[in-house]
Design a protein around this ligand. Structure first.
Ligand code: COA
Length: 150
């Protein structure tokens, strides 16, 4: 059984654990805590399966634009639909809160994430050259506008 709920500061360690298992340059625990503290402009969701955190997704809200910061699923729980579930929840909430377009960046080699975002309706808007380090890589800028179907 799983639940999707808004993440709070007390989820920082659980999110940090998924973060370090998922990225070559993960956020520090302090950064995760800061993200979760600023709940006015930021929003994070967590999926728990039988009480254990398996996925999270978050975004910043700037005027009427959402900027997805991170989405990750713990390695043992991938391809079970949690990435799509938590991202859909985040998108829905961002649009409910008045955002009209949602942006994100993704490594151009990240086949899994690209497939997920395309499936949810995001399209490529441009490229940011050498946006990522460790290893250095370009990013696709993708966006989803409110009218497009999920
Ligand atoms: C990207 C990520 C969040 C996907 O999460 P997930 O829970 O495995 O994804 P889901 O099971 O919800 O899959 C949804 C769809 O995404 C696509 N997808 C997911 N993983 C994929 C893979 N390895 N290869 C190809 N397509 C993939 C598929 O279209 C999939 O639908 P399907 O299973 O019906 O074919 C996960 O792989 C992850 O945490 N990666 C490391 C962190 C990361 O790169 N985050 C994104 C940063 S921009």
């Amino acid at each position: 059984m799983f639940v999707v709920r808004q993440a709070t500061k007390s989820d920082a360690e659980a999110i940090y654990a998924i973060e370090t298992d998922s990225f070559s340059t993960p956020w520090s625990l302090e950064s995760v805590i800061r993200e979760l503290e600023e709940q006015n402009e930021r929003i994070y969701f967590l999926v728990e399966e039988d009480g254990q955190a398996v996925a999270y997704a978050g975004a910043w809200m700037v005027y009427d634009e959402g900027q997805i910061t991170n989405i990750a699923v713990r390695p043992e729980s991938r391809r079970e639909g949690y990435g799509a579930i938590v991202t859909r929840k985040l998108i829905k909430e961002l649009f409910n809160r008045g955002m009209t377009e949602i942006f994100l960046e993704v490594r151009i080699s990240n086949i899994a994430a690209l497939a997920l975002y395309r499936r949810l309706g995001f399209t490529v808007k441009g490229i940011r050259k050498s946006y990522y380090t460790n290893p250095t890589e370009d990013a696709y800028i993708m966006s989803l506008v409110k009218e497009e179907t999920l």
